[in-house]
Ligand binder design. Sequence first.
Ligand code: SIN
Length: 535
Amino acid sequence: MSPEPDLDLLIIGSGVAGLSAAVRAASADRGMRVGVLTKGELSDSATQWAQGGVAAVLHHSEAEGRHGGGPGDSLELHATDTMRAGAGLCDPAAVDILVSEGPKRVRELAELGAVFDRTHAGKLELGREGGHSTARVVHAGGAATGAEVERALVEAARSSAARIWESWFAADLVVEGGRCRGVRAVDPTGRTVELRARHTLLAAGGSGQLYSVTTNPAQCTGDGVAMALRAGVPVADVEFVQFHPTALHGPAGRAPRPLLSEALRGEGALLRDAAGQRFVDELQPRDVVAAAVAARIRASELEHVWLDVSGVEDFERRFPTLTGSVRAAGLDPVREWLPVAPAAHYMCGGVLTDLEGATALSGLWAAGEVACSGVHGANRLASNSLLDGMVFAARAVEAMLSDKDEPDPTGALGPLLERGGVSPGGTALVRLSMPTRPVRQPGDETVDAVKVRGALQRAMTDGAGVVRTARSLDGAKAELDLLVAQGWPAGEEGNLVELAYAVIAAATARTESRGGHHRADYPRHDPALAHRFVF
Ligand code: SIN
């Protein structure tokens, strides 16, 4: 039985999407009774680690770029950049919503108390990042934007949510009568408890822990997507794992891997290969730069390339947290180039939703990295992730309040609900099935979680990493089969296994290269594959 049977909204996850929803839903004028469940403390989320900022087209009376960026920007230009990065798989209506509602959400966050960096004239200072035509990224503490956003939201959520469950683990969705009624959760003592609510919002974040080298913290284990897969709730686009091109290279096993933000390249940092030569336009979208970096590494004796930040004006004063990470690694950003390599950063796919965050299962909503509304397509544009979390979480709350109970045929979910599998102006869906999960054997829970995670990460990094082939994907699947033959793990590792199988299956089916998905054996786009693979 639930200790809180009368919750209006139960939120799984406490990053930007979860807490934006919590604060909005519990506000005085909306008055919902909200519970937030999180695996760690409220502030333990990938949002906390987000660097660059929030992309938004703000009025030139309120924001400006250091080097004259900003003026001349438009919602259309932000939408065009987002769609270009998304490599043909963005849902245009979702992108339109993201860019047009984003500025309002940024202003609300500032009103809530988030302190963003400002120019001498007191305007919000705009940075530029890869894939953006101009400076339009609002940031805090140089490149500590996520920490500031999280701080403001945690403070507001603590004073408004009816219940907060910290160190609780959401194990599975409770589905009864064709409707989501909440989750089965494990409390800090290991007891399983049902938490019920009228609406459940998955805001459980991403899955960078699928890989050995990731910018994501240890809790990013794809729990929300795995729960959806187990409950038969449609999931799509999971082959589009985004690798960030410039994580600080260092000893393996350090997670999260310190990121050297895109913002640096926007400010003039250059990528150099082992011979000291530049090899890519540093301001291309992230997938293009990551693929170029990976190719240079493969062709050299080094396990990294170099990021030369000597051209970034006033680096140490403007980027204090990055300076701290670099110095902690024993490097001097002023005097030496910094070793960087790609690291798993963001899951572009997730639980399919309509344009208001509704999933195919009544009562279940999804927002943020766990969701696939179609806004990111095959590759997310830099600094569109915090924005996505705030925009679509707000829409989900408003839709709940309007008594919406069924998904609409819109967004990435649209084609699944439309007859013929294609929505007007949208992309088609092609169905894949999950590999059959072996029946759980008694004692499976006792498998060594650390060993399983390490082996899974190695298999995924080698076989389903930045560049894949049919052969490497088969190899990764064989490794997983061996792993689960010793017992299907429980909890986070079980979720990672589930999602790893899905990533491998979708990446195998996508016999082309598109966005964040690079196949060495199919190096080109295939127009016939301009659709999503859905489980
Ligand atoms: C970065 O600062 O480079 C990361 C921002 C993002 O993931 O969009």
